[in-house]
Design a binder for this molecule. Structure first.
Ligand code: ZN
Length: 216
């Protein structure tokens, strides 16, 4: 995996525009409420832009992002979210990752809190997500949360991890791909929830078909 090259100002502004759109869509899709969740884009080998402390995802502006190194040195912009360590640790564990979407989606959180496994039932769920990691609850913003979450994603084992009783973090090689994982994951959780209400405990996308999909 190649380390990301440093983006110029125009590419950074375009990436932030994408994150603003993700923030609006995430809130309207029910993936986050109020000041919950935070977003980042990796703009260089050791540079990321993380949404600021206390910001609301559907009201983000470029000036509300912190420019910082992966280990927390802020070089410009706003005060970062207290969850910046989660973003830095994921970029360190996934050199190809360009974006991290951290949101608090209710169905993913409810099912995992109840000890229910989220199932991938549709082709989109199986193909774009396919698997997920999980951590127990750790204090918001802690080293333990960042390190255990990043370990779940390390080496491409998964592209999304559930942070117990808290939220999810999804990564991707673009803002779009990271957000696609987050959206499909919560949809899989909603569908699993509905399947459980109907008394179904087992249905999922056929494994043999997934093997074929992955070779296309
Ligand atoms: Zn959070």
């Amino acid at each position: 995996m190649t380390e990301p090259t440093q983006l110029g100002p125009e590419a950074i502004a375009a990436a932030l525009d994408e994150l603003l759109e993700v923030g609006r869509t995430a809130v309207s899709a029910g993936l986050a409420q109020a000041s919950g969740g935070n977003l980042s884009v990796r703009t260089g080998a050791d540079q990321m832009y993380v949404s600021g402390k206390g910001t609301w995802l559907n009201r983000l502006e470029h000036s509300q992002f912190a420019t910082m190194t992966l280990d927390g040195r802020v070089t410009a912009g706003a005060v970062p979210s207290s969850e910046w360590k989660l973003h830095g640790a994921i970029y360190a564990a996934r050199p190809e990752a360009r974006a991290v979407i951290h949101v608090h989606p209710q169905y993913s959180l409810l099912l995992t809190a109840l000890g229910k496994r989220i199932r991938f039932i549709t082709q989109d769920h199986a193909f774009y997500v396919g698997s997920y990691g999980q951590t127990k609850y750790y204090t918001n913003g802690s080293d333990a949360l960042a390190e255990t979450a990043a370990a779940e994603l390390a080496g491409g084992a998964h592209d999304v991890v559930v942070l117990g009783n808290h939220g999810i973090a999804a990564c991707g090689t673009s803002v779009e791909s990271a957000f696609r994982v987050a959206l499909n994951f919560e949809e899989a959780a909603i569908m699993t929830y509905r399947a459980l209400l109907l008394g179904d405990e087992a249905t999922e996308f056929p494994a043999e078909e997934l093997a074929i999909l992955k070779h296309h």
